[in-house]
Design a protein around this ligand. Structure first.
Ligand code: ADP
Ligand code: MG
Length: 724
């Protein structure tokens, strides 16, 4: 089939109807999750209570309880036709890992029975030698263990019981995303509770919340299969811009194409069955780009659910003859995809700590947490950028439609004014929510309208949106845990320091509110002119201004990763108990390795496609033109009438030559880079190769514009982006 057949096939593809749901979402929500609602039906009271204290109190799961839980789970699983079980974990590759074991075992009488006990639930030892560890597992001790995370409920995917687990090495180091995330969530709880108790002694737990917004593209599977670059690297390595792309903004929030709507519907039904509270779906800015978001939830669970949704998306898209693209920048010239991480903290007493309070005390608590977030982000702005940096996200950051590669915080006019006002008034001034009535002089006021109507700034990587911060720089295919671990750990560390400072002021006999405000004021003074920025984050002036302010402006990804092992980061992670130095070093090895491999693969695919797709197509056209010219000479005795042919021939010759030279130069650069022993130095060399990919792309895109459309072998942007 040539390109035209593929386009026709895609265009004429019939919609696959979505599954008919078994009732209202409220009737099947969570039916495939072994959650608290079901537990009492399958567990005896003692077991249920022990499990709850394990989930809520962080107590370890003893073997007797594990066995009893497993017995109940088995009954539930068999009722749902489960035949297999797997520990489901999140290694340092992107995506999840699972190894299925059948439930069957010999019964000792020549038959088999279904078995599932506490040991299968609680701990397993998968053959882990192929997962990245950054040298943490030398081959002689290549063992890795997975252990159930009871705070994340067990679920059923098709015929398999999936047990969310952490993944650690024989010597106890984390080999996954979940372990450090859980440690960071514990750290932020431990640090935030004492601060909350300054306001309300009854607080005993602080939760971190995450609401992710997942952006993605859908491409018809036939066209996808014809683009080796998309298939192998997740993005198009070349492709001339379509004459129309997103400039009319007619896709954003537009009517959802029916084939896409059917996909979304199936995804929602599957998600709801798995207890994932999917809520929002809409078209995004770029053609064929979409978004979905759930109702926010506790960060560890919300992150597991995001991982699960990414799996579901890939699977369900195929039913609808689509392929889902989670790469941050599948197409040049149109928007890329991010995963905005809406983040907040809340107490077990139901208080949202990043939303204005009900009274002056509540407002002071809000300001306390708000200002400490800003301080944490300021102090660790480079590290936060490192937490979202990757070979793929690098294509999206800093471009003119995505968060810039500088981590600043957007506050909006209201909060900026509130902070400035706080610096002017005495420390015992109450912070009020101003209603519609006139303002009373001397008070610091948060206008009532602010509470549900904050201004927006799409150019900020970290924006306050009324009751939460939105970390927009996170990449669409990333595991949110990378960003959430760093953010929560940084916040925990900041709160520890803050509480110690407040205690010193209290020891001087100050009133609590005054002590708090006296500690907050110098922080406000520092952040307001450094990390806080409400202007245009895309502008050239901001880059210079940010550098003057001392914010990190590095864009070289391998170098950005070095932030993780700088003293400020190491100390912060050690104090909060989130990472050891060894783990941080190992993780950087993994990051560099993944970076190298991604660029290496892209570069290989690009060179090969340049040599065996692009150049042959261009030469074919060239040969046709030459035949025409030679015919003209034969008939007319000269080539005088062939000005257009000659013009194109010259250009094709020039671009083909450029492609050849750059392709071979890239091959050589790879060879030289591969010979470098040190991972970091090799990653730096690969960064240069990554930069040179666009130089090779340019003449190829020029050729696409010139070569006879009928001879071009690869689906073009206008086909990839407009057929759905
Ligand atoms: P946007 O207008 O930013 O695109 P969406 O509705 O697409 O908003 O997504 C907003 C996300 O933020 C949702 O997942 C929502 O549940 C989440 N969210 C709302 N309030 C909070 C909060 N306090 N903490 C964390 N996430 C929140
Ligand atoms: Mg949204």
């Amino acid at each position: 089939m040539d390109r035209f057949d593929l386009v026709k096939e895609s265009f004429e593809r019939k919609e696959v109807p979505a599954e008919t749901p078994p009732g209202k979402p409220s009737e099947y929500f969570g039916e495939r999750v072994f959650d608290r609602l079901k537990m009492p039906r399958y567990l005896d009271e003692d077991t249920f209570r022990s499990l709850l204290s394990c989930i809520e109190g962080g107590k370890p799961l003893d073997r007797k309880t594990a066995d009893a839980v497993a017995r109940g789970m088995k009954v539930w699983a068999l009722e749902h036709g489960v035949t297999h079980v797997t520990h489901w974990f999140q290694p340092l590759t992107e995506g999840t890992a699972e190894k299925h074991d059948s439930l069957i075992d010999y019964d000792g009488k020549g038959s088999v029975i279904e078995t599932f006990d506490g040991s299968m639930l609680a701990q397993q030892e998968p053959d882990a030698s192929s997962f990245p560890s950054g040298g943490l597992r030398a081959t002689f001790e290549a063992r890795g263990y997975t252990a159930w995370d009871p705070t994340s409920p067990v679920f059923i995917l098709d015929d398999t019981l999936c047990i969310p687990t952490v993944f650690i090495s024989y010597t106890g180091e984390a080999l996954d995303y979940k372990t450090p995330l859980k440690k960071a969530l514990k750290a932020v709880n431990d640090a935030a509770v004492p601060v909350c108790r300054l306001f309300d002694p009854s607080v005993s737990k602080v939760y971190s919340y995450l609401g992710w917004e997942q952006e993605y593209f859908l491409v018809d599977e036939s066209l996808y299969a014809a683009r080796t670059d998309l298939m192998i690297t997740g993005r198009t390595l070349f492709g001339h811009n379509s004459s129309k792309n997103q400039q009319l903004d007619d896709h954003y929030f537009g009517a959802i194409p029916s084939r896409v709507a059917a996909f979304m519907r199936d995804l929602e039904i599957a998600g709801h069955r798995l207890g994932i509270p999917l809520k929002t779906r809409h078209n995004e800015v770029a053609p064929n780009q979409f978004e979905l978001a759930p109702i926010y939830g506790e960060t560890n669970l919300a992150n597991d659910q995001n991982q699960l949704v990414m799996n579901l998306m890939a699977k369900i898209a195929r039913k609808h003859n689509f392929v889902v693209l989670l790469h941050e920048k599948p197409f040049e010239g149109v928007n890329g995809s991010g995963k905005h991480n809406n983040w907040s903290l809340g107490t077990d007493t139901g208080v949202q700590l990043l939303a204005p309070g009900k009274d002056a005390r509540g407002n002071l608590q809000f300001i306390t947490f708000f200002v400490n977030v800003l301080a944490a982000v300021q102090k660790h702005n480079a590290l936060l950028k490192a937490s979202i940096a990757s070979a793929t996200n690098a294509h999206r950051l800093g471009a003119n439609e995505a968060p810039p590669a500088i981590v600043s915080a957007f506050l909006g006019q209201t909060m900026t004014q509130v902070l400035r006002k706080l610096l002017e008034v005495p420390s015992d001034t109450p912070i009020e929510i101003a209603g519609k009535k006139g303002k009373s002089v001397g008070l610091v006021e948060i206008p009532e309208i602010f509470v549900d109507n904050t201004d927006r700034n799409r150019t900020s990587p970290f924006a306050f949106t009324g009751n939460r911060f939105e970390f927009r720089a996170v990449g669409s295919c990333a595991n949110c845990a990378g960003a959430m671990t760093t953010l929560n750990a940084a916040m925990a560390d900041q709160l520890i320091g803050f509480k110690a400072d407040v205690d010193k002021e209290l020891a001087k006999g100050k009133d609590t509110a005054v002590a708090i405000m006296d500690v907050l004021k110098p922080i406000i003074r520092s952040v307001i002119d450094v990390v806080c920025f409400d202007g245009n984050g895309y502008s050239e002036e901001w880059k210079q201004e940010a550098a003057r302010r001392g914010l990190d402006v590095e864009t070289n990804v391998p170098r950005i990763f070095c932030e993780f092992t700088k003293p400020a980061a190491v100390e912060m992670f050690l104090r909060t108990g989130v990472f050891t130095q060894k783990e941080l070093e190992a993780r950087n090895e993994v990051k560099w390795e993944i970076y190298i491999k991604k660029v290496q693969i892209e570069s290989r695919v690009m060179v090969r496609m340049a040599l065996n797709h692009i150049i042959p197509a261009a030469l074919e056209y060239k040969s046709r033109l030459l035949q025409e010219v030679s015919l003209a000479r034969g008939v007319f005795g000269s080539t005088d009438g062939c000005a257009t042919e000659m013009f194109i021939l010259e250009k094709i010759g020039k671009y083909v030559e450029e492609v050849r030279i750059k392709a071979y130069a890239m091959k050589e650069a790879r060879k030289a880079a591969n010979a470098i022993e040190d991972d970091y130095q090799r990653a730096l060399a690969y960064h240069e190769i990554a930069e040179s990919l666009s130089a090779l792309r340019r003449p190829i895109d020029k050729l696409e514009e010139l070569v006879d459309n009928r001879l071009w072998p690869l689906p073009k942007y206008r086909e990839l982006l407009f057929i759905s």
